[in-house]
Design a protein around this ligand. Structure first.
Ligand code: HEC
Ligand code: HEC
Length: 259
């Protein structure tokens, strides 16, 4: 093959690939939206939600409080509509979450009714106010940015909005917010609001840290906050290993008996 012909066929192949990726992304979005719409018509069954939550508790723990290192978000107390959207997005391939993806598939998680049920259950779990915060050194700037640029969608107190399907940010772990902000600004988190993606991409590192530190510190309403030592009575027998900490290494083998 001569070089120009080769180059032309490579270009064609690339264009085809880009187009099919774009089509796949659109399909994922359409599927997620269709499932969200079906889910919106269903009435949640909390008892079944508790049953379904057994799948989630393996990673999110019975309390749904997440890990301070930000590997796992606090999902307790999140708006149920937001949880439904994220589950629909994750399983449709509209938001990458390789760890959780297999558990979100219909084979394990079931259909839209189970999603609505588990979302209602999670939304009612009381939250920990002991979430990881940022350094606390730039909160005045954080407040100004939050009030002028974020509150309209995420709520004056970071309580989230059903209308915008914007998550509650108050009480979220600061490192998780930092990670999601970067995923959104870089376009890696594909399901996010396009207006916000553009807005966040323009933030300096200082502004990002300030606004997210401020968001994580927004006070939770008393009725959504759990007592400090609360553990979920629905899962009395659950053994709670510390999250994000590797299990202790196995003991060394016993010495060989003398011969
Ligand atoms: C294998 C571990 C695992 C299991 C099981 C799991 N999750 Fe997750 N989940 C994660 C991780 C990790 C993230 C954070 C992903 C990221 O960083 O983008 C997450 C993120 C989420 C989010 C998005 C939160 C946000 O605000 O961005 C929701 C909602 C959620 N999980 C709900 C559930 C529910 C409900 C179940 C049970 C049906 C479940 N998860 C099962 C690991 C898991
Ligand atoms: C136009 C409405 C809108 C504005 C303005 C907006 N957001 Fe968002 N934000 C959203 C929506 C919608 C989502 C959820 C996207 C999705 O479904 O993945 C989101 C998600 C997030 C997340 C991920 C949270 C999670 O639990 O996964 C962070 C962090 C975030 N926004 C920060 C901000 C900050 C900081 C600002 C202000 C600088 C801001 N947003 C302004 C609508 C908005």
């Amino acid at each position: 093959m001569s070089q120009p012909v080769f180059a032309r066929s490579m270009l064609c192949a690339l264009m085809l690939l880009t187009t099919s990726l774009a089509v796949a992304q659109q399909d994922a979005q359409t599927r997620a939206r269709a499932e969200f719409e079906v889910a919106s018509t269903l009435t949640p069954d909390l008892a079944n939600g508790r049953q379904v939550y057994l799948i989630c508790a393996v990673c999110h723990r019975p309390e749904g409080w997440g890990s301070p290192d930000g590997a796992y978000p606090q999902i307790a107390g999140q708006l149920p509509e937001v949880i439904v959207k994220q589950l629909a997005d994750i399983r449709a391939g509209n938001r990458d979450n390789p760890l959780m993806y297999p558990f979100a598939l219909p084979r394990i998680l079931g259909g839209p009714q189970n999603i609505v049920d588990v979302a209602a259950y999670v939304a009612r779990l009381p939250m920990t106010a002991n979430n990881a915060k940022g350094p606390g050194t730039d909160l005045a700037l954080g407040r100004t940015l939050y009030e002028t640029q974020c509150a309209e969608c995420h709520g004056a107190d970071g309580e989230g909005s059903v209308e915008h399907l914007a998550p509650q940010l108050a009480g979220q772990h600061f490192p998780y917010l930092m990670r999601q902000f970067e995923a959104i600004a870089s376009g890696r988190r594909r399901n996010s609001d396009p207006a916000m993606t553009k807005q966040l991409a323009g933030f300096s590192p200082r502004e990002q840290m300030a606004v997210l530190d401020y968001s994580a510190r927004l006070p939770l309403p008393v009725e959504k906050t759990a007592p400090v030592e609360w553990s979920n009575p629905d899962f009395p027998a659950y053994v709670r290993e510390p999250l994000g900490v590797a299990p202790p290494p196995p003991p060394p083998p016993p010495p060989l008996p003398p011969r």
